[in-house]
Unconditional design. Sequence first.
Length: 611
Amino acid sequence: MADDVKVRPSIQGQDRVGYDLSLGYRLKLMFAAFWNSKVRSKIVLLALILVAVILATAYGQVILNRWNAPFYDSLQRRDVTEFFHQLEVFALIAGSLLLLNVGQAWLNQMTALYMREGLTRDLVDQWLKRKRALRLASTGLIGVNPDQRLHEDARNLAESTTGLTLGLLQSTILLVSFIGVLWELSSGFVFHFRTYAFAIPGYMVWAAIFYAASASILSQIVGRKLVRLNADRFSKEAELRFSLMHANENMPAITVARGEENERERINGDITSVLAILKRLTMATTNLTWVSAGYGWLVIVIPIIVAAPAYFSGSLTFGELMMSVGAFNQVNTALRWYVANFGPIAEWRATLMRVTDFRHALQGMDEPLNPKNAIAYEDNADTLTLRNVTIAAKLGEEIDECGGFAVRETDVTIRAGEKVMINGDHNVNRKLLFQALAGLWPCGHGKIGLPPAKDILFFPQVAYVPGGTLREALSFPEPATTYNKEDVETALEKAGLGHLVTRLDTRARWDKVLDSDEQKAIGFARLLLVRPRWIIFDEVLEGLELEWQSTLIEVLTMLSGSTMIYIGRSDAYLEAFNPRTLHLHPLAAKIEQPTVPKTGTGTAHAPAPAL
């Protein structure tokens, strides 16, 4: 059980989370996720087809640009026959481009869909690897609102990555295609100044590059704040969404406590935070619009102004002028892709930051805890042993620095079939012992020996009832078909839930339909189906109605052959089984001698995270 001494990312790993990760590292992390995805081959195939379609579209646009010269020349000559002929040519070119555009739109959407599938499944797989999600929740802000990163951020990243990548590819191909056309057209530009005539090689190309470069530089200067502003926005939006969900799920308790006003102020505070960052984002976007929209309007006349000297000197026909303007616009559009997409790129980088931080932190959950502060685990054949076990009350710290507790009986062996109760002082967090036995809280000292994992069932204080049918909830985590109908119905009857037999295949939010006592009864019915050899309880009988206590104790008597370890204080369990009793006692935290106060040097330890 060496893997059970892993609890959180190392300090080195934590330092890399946030703005410190380089763009190259983030792209490498996401490429690894994509390359390991099951949809990799589908995405690669679609990408190859898309490249072919984009190349064909670029070729069609080059042909369309060449069509400008004979079409506008026919207008200049007032040649009606040639005019209608060129319209027929246009219909053929435009129809082909339309088919390519429709095909490209479909391929874009399908690529984004498979990108999202691959990314979301990868993140969920990383999140739900053994013990990672639970450990992540105790590491700070990175563990808050994982649903936002798994759902909304993953969707945004998949769609924006697809759109921006294909846009960049298309712009690059258009640039390569039309720079040659524009360079060739520029060779005919002859300028006259008094008695001199001269030509500038690639004149229109250099003009387009200068125009687009100036726009790019200004956009970078004006919009550089957008990346972090978008990252902050996504974070604040996630906090607001969590507050709304939390209030909705706990509305009965809030209403009973007459706490609507308090909750309203709390949610309004989160709304205020979102609006504040949106106002800053609005100003930054508005400033960027001055650049992008300004250059967008100027491009209507800039290519004509640039080509006008050659046209007025007689070096160009009207058709060649319009052909040069079209080629200039294509080159400029391709070069200005970065300008036009600076806002979306900023959002993409912000989303990439949130997703890669999350994935990086998840992978860091497998780094081992310092052995000095960790309980050692070993495998036993059919006994559970506790050797000098002490539990730290804080993550990864020494017992005498943070307090904690110990098992008073320093050398304990629990054999198969025994009934045991472990209790202690009220100021002892017994839940941590339950988590330590489950391998979820290996912080402390000593050695724990456990029987095979397949023989143990851990029964937490708060029951988990998954969504879906009641049959699926009873079989969790096994498939619903694991147990036959008669056994399931009998288990429900014996657990006091006979009135639910007719609703076994009804889909519902059973955690909302059933009260807390009935939800615990679902867990006891599951015990009758699984019949584990070892059961470890975490205060499951405390707080139950007397009628429910009697019913569930009867369920336990039907499992008298199983080893039962009850962590907590239950008179009903004590009376029913007369168990062997073990004790937990607190260890006082190290108290430093008073010294001369120093301002600004105090350190407050946070309470142990609720795993």
